[in-house]
Write a protein that binds this ligand. Structure first.
Ligand code: SAM
Length: 368
C-alpha cells in the first residue's frame, strides 16, 4: 500500500514563523492545478504498488482550492490508482476557510479527515503570528466541522513562543481537549532563518524562550493529553485510539509515497526526490515534460540506517533490532547497540522485546 501527498503552495497570509513553500499570490492557482494534473501523468510509474491507502492535501493551505480544482485532482488519482474504499483522505484547512459551504464541499469530495491549523487560542499571539483567524473563529470552525459530520479531526498547536508559559499552556491544552478532537499535532516553535520571525530574531527585535521552559511545556502536554485518553504515538503527535494519522505513520514506518506539486517529497524505498520549490518554475518545467522539476538522491546504506533510527525513535513503535539485523550490515548494528547502551544507562531509552523506545526523562536533549 502506498500514499499520495499533494502540496498546495498558496496561503492568504504569510505566517511570520513559517518557512514551508507557499505564495500569497493566488494568480497562478489554476495553472498550478493543471500542472499537478500533468505531473500525475508524468509520474505514473513512480509507485510500484498502485494500491493507495492515504491521500493527503497539505500546504500551504489546501482549503483555498475550489471544489472543481480539488475534484479534478482526486478524479485523476481515482482513475489511475486503486484507492482503497476506506482510504484516509486528509485536507489541511485554515479555520477562516471552513464555512458551512466549504465543509459541504469537502463532504462531497469524500474527504474524511480534517487537519485544522489552530496554532493558538491567544488573540494577541495569533496577531503576532500573522494568522488570518481569531481564536473564537478557530473554536467555531472545529464545532461546525463536527456538526457537519466530520469525526476525524486533528488540530495543530504551537508552543514555545514568547507568549507561552506553563500557566497559559495548561489552559490551551484544556481548551484543545474540550473541543473533543481526535488528534492533536503540537510543535515547539522553531525560529527559521528565512522568515519574518527569523529576521526579527537576528536583529534582536524578538527573543527565543529557553529550552527548559519548552521542555516543561512538552512534558505537561504529554501528561495532560495522556490523562485524557490521547496516545502519544510520535514526538509531536497525539491520537485517540483508532485515530492516529495513517498517512504520517506510513512516512515514519518507511512506506512508499508519491509527492505532487512544488516542493513535495517522494520516497520509493531506495531514493528520495523533491520537486522544485518555486511555483512558476514548477509550472514551466512540468509543461516541458523534462525531469528538470525535481532533484533525486539515491540513499546510501548509512543514510537509510540513519533515517530508520531517527524516525523510528520518534514513535511508540520504536527501533526494532531484528529489522536492523535483517536490513543493515552488522557494523551498523554493532555501532547502534554500543551507542544506545549509554542512553539506556541514563534511562533515556528503554529496551523491551528487542525494541528500543524513548523514555520521557530529559529526552528533549535527544530530540533537538
Ligand atoms: C505548513 S503548515 C500548513 C497548515 C496550515 N496552512 C496552517 O497554517 O494552519 C503545517 C504546520 O506546521 C507547523 N509549523 C509551521 N512552521 C512552524 C515553525 N516555525 N515552528 C513550529 N511549527 C511550525 C504549524 O503548526 C502548521 O500548522
Amino acid at each position: 500500500m502506498s500514499g499520495i501527498y499533494i502540496h498546495i503552495p498558496f496561503c492568504k497570509k504569510a505566517c511570520h514563523y513559517c518557512d514551508f513553500h507557499f505564495s500569497t499570490s493566488l494568480q497562478n492557482k489554476e495553472a498550478l492545478v493543471k500542472s499537478i494534473l500533468t505531473e500525475i501523468d508524468l509520474r505514473i510509474n513512480y509507485l510500484q504498488d498502485k494500491n493507495i491507502k492515504t491521500i493527503y492535501f497539505g500546504g500551504g493551505t489546501p482549503s483555498l482550492l475550489s471544489e472543481k480544482e480539488s475534484f479534478l485532482i482526486l478524479e485523476k488519482i481515482y482513475k489511475l490508482y486503486n484507492v482503497s474504499k476506506d482510504a484516509e483522505i486528509t485536507f489541511e484547512c485554515n479555520p477562516d476557510d471552513l464555512s458551512d459551504d466549504k465543509l459541504k464541499e469537502l463532504k462531497r469530495l469524500e474527504v474524511n479527515r480534517l487537519s485544522i491549523g489552530l496554532q493558538s487560542f491567544d488573540e494577541e499571539e495569533l496577531i503576532w503570528m500573522n494568522r488570518a483567524h481569531t481564536a473564537k473563529e478557530s473554536e467555531a470552525s472545529v464545532k461546525r466541522a463536527q456538526d457537519r459530520g466530520f469525526e476525524n479531526i486533528t488540530i495543530d498547536l504551537i508552543y514555545g513562543s514568547k507568549f507561552s508559559n506553563i500557566t497559559n499552556w495548561k489552559k490551551t491544552l484544556d481548551k484543545a481537549i474540550a473541543l473533543e478532537v481526535k488528534h492533536i499535532s503540537s510543535y515547539n516553535l522553531t525560529i527559521e532563518e528565512k522568515t519574518k520571525l527569523g529576521h526579527d530574531f537576528k536583529v534582536k527585535k524578538e527573543i527565543a524562550i529557553d529550552d527548559e521552559k519548552s521542555s516543561e511545556m512538552f512534558l505537561e502536554m504529554i501528561d495532560r493529553l495522556e490523562k485524557n485518553k490521547f496516545i502519544h504515538y510520535e514526538i509531536s503527535n497525539f491520537g485517540k485510539e483508532g485515530f492516529f494519522s495513517t498517512h504520517n505513520s506510513n512516512y515514519w514506518k518507511g512506506e512508499h509515497y508519491l509527492g505532487l506539486g512544488p516542493s513535495a517529497h517522494s520516497f520509493d524505498g531506495t531514493s528520495r526526490q523533491w520537486n522544485i520549490a518555486n511555483n512558476n518554475l514548477y509550472i514551466k518545467q512540468v509543461s516541458e515534460k523534462t525531469e528538470a522539476y525535481f532533484e533525486k538522491e539515491i540513499l546510501t546504506e548509512k543514510e537509510r540506517f540513519n533515517e530508520y533510527v531517527l524516525t523510528s525513535l520518534r514513535t511508540i513503535w520504536g527501533i526494532d533490532l531484528n529489522y536492523l539485523k535483517t536490513n543493515f550490515n552488522n557494523d551498523f548494528v554493532k555501532a547502534f547497540v554500543n551507542q544506545v547502551n549509554n542512553y539506556i544507562k541514563q534511562e533515556q531509552v528503554v529496551v523491551k522485546d528487542a525494541t528500543y523506545t524513548l523514555t520521557e526523562k530529559e529526552n528533549y536533549s535527544l530530540i533537538k
